[in-house]
Design a protein around this ligand. Structure first.
Ligand code: SAM
Ligand code: SF4
Length: 353
């Protein structure tokens, strides 16, 4: 049964079900798998939609509060993590908005990390508070860190994000390295007029820095159409230059997700390309998303979501896990970005990217 287009409360009563849900038998542990045989072992969990930056591609006018936005509580997060783990999820990425704005972020990392079945907890952040928080976050068991850094020039960084924070973010990275933590990725959204000209500087940056730097094609969202039209560059432009300079594509596992990665013998770091407009991008999708308001999004650009809060209130992770198996069957084959269909997503701060 397709359950994508209405919330749990909207669903019709079913006599042979529990709370309107036909429960799957999860006694045999299975990984969430959709009707296109894609397996979902990765959850992107947004813990707030609030952000303190004004990235030009995301929230150019800054965060604007809109009603009905209570974020997931620690108990709700515990149930989400346990349910996804029971349904085969092995990695949780905590995202936002800006997740470091939540004071209980260390506790959230700890909860996810202590959930049986979860092997890896990652964080995506704009890095704003990292110099103050990095030690505590690593102490809580954080396994991987993605930091957004769209430019290596302080003035351009400020122009893009509204904040003069580049040096501090580099300092936070250095602090992590000092502790021996190197599982760091840099995210850079590729923009024609802002950072395309910095490709060589980015490549030089990973010559001696053992991190993965990932260029993300700017994606159209409900709010940024003009910006997208002016700034979008295909990652293929970068790919051609990488190959011309001797970078080699890395073979990746089928479950590894949609990024393409490249290595070079003279460089310690790697380059990744995330090209959502490329052919078959969605074929390797391995992730589901839960927004900070408790809505399950089967696709970043889907036109509907499913409110998990009625189930979260019962703190029953078995029931939620069973429901997830049912829900994922409704995942569509592909996003419709090529047709300028951005679904419900006005900006990626709503969902965490
Ligand atoms: N605030 C955190 C940060 O910026 O890292 C986490 C949330 S942010 C929405 C997650 C990722 O989405 C960031 O790497 C950001 O650069 C990226 N992003 C946001 N809007 C985007 C867009 N329209 N196209 C491509 N990437 C985008
Ligand atoms: Fe905030 Fe991240 Fe969006 Fe930038 S990309 S405005 S840091 S949520």
């Amino acid at each position: 049964m397709l359950i994508e287009s209405y919330t749990l409360e909207d669903r019709p009563e079913q006599s042979d079900s529990h709370n309107g849900l036909e429960l799957f038998d999860t006694t045999e542990s299975t990984t969430l798998t959709d009707s296109y045989k894609r397996r979902f072992t990765y959850l992107r969990l947004s813990i707030t939609d609030v952000c303190n930056f004004r990235c030009n591609y995301c929230l150019p006018d800054g965060y604007c509060h809109e009603g009905d936005k209570a974020h997931l509580s620690l108990d709700e997060i515990r149930t989400v993590a346990a349910a996804f783990a029971k349904a085969g999820t092995r990695k949780i990425r905590i995202t936002g908005g800006e997740p470091t704005l939540r004071k209980d972020l260390p506790e959230i990392i700890r909860i996810c990390k202590q959930t049986p079945g979860i092997e890896k907890v990652a964080l995506t952040t704009n890095g704003y508070k990292l110099t103050k928080q990095i030690d505590e976050l690593l102490d809580c068991g954080l396994d991987a860190l993605n930091i957004s850094m769209d430019s290596l020039r302080p003035e351009t960084f400020q122009l893009i994000t509204g904040h003069d924070k580049l040096d501090e973010i580099k300092q936070a990275m250095a602090m992590a390295f000092e502790r021996g933590f190197t599982n760091i990725k840099i995210n850079a959204v590729l923009m024609k007029e802002y950072n395309l000209g910095e490709l060589q500087a980015f490549l030089d940056f990973v010559r001696d820095t053992p991190i993965s730097l990932r260029f993300i094609e700017v994606m159209q969202t409900g709010d940024n159409q003009q910006f997208f039209n002016a700034q979008h560059v295909s990652g293929e432009v970068i790919q051609e230059q990488l190959i011309a300079q001797g970078w080699q594509p890395v073979m990746r596992d089928a479950d590894a997700g949609p990024a393409k990665e490249f290595t070079h013998p003279d460089h310690q770091g790697r380059i990744g390309l995330i090209m959502p407009y490329s052919k078959n991008f969605c074929a390797s999708c391995n992730r589901l998303r839960v927004a900070s308001n408790g809505k399950l999004h089967l696709c970043l650009f889907g036109d509907s979501n499913i409110d998990l809060r009625p189930l979260l209130g019962q703190r029953d992770s078995d029931q939620l896990a069973a429901y997830l198996h049912q829900a994922v069957a409704g995942k569509k084959e592909s996003h419709l970005l090529h047709d300028q269909e951005t679904g419900l997503t006005r900006n990626l701060a709503m969902l965490g990217g």
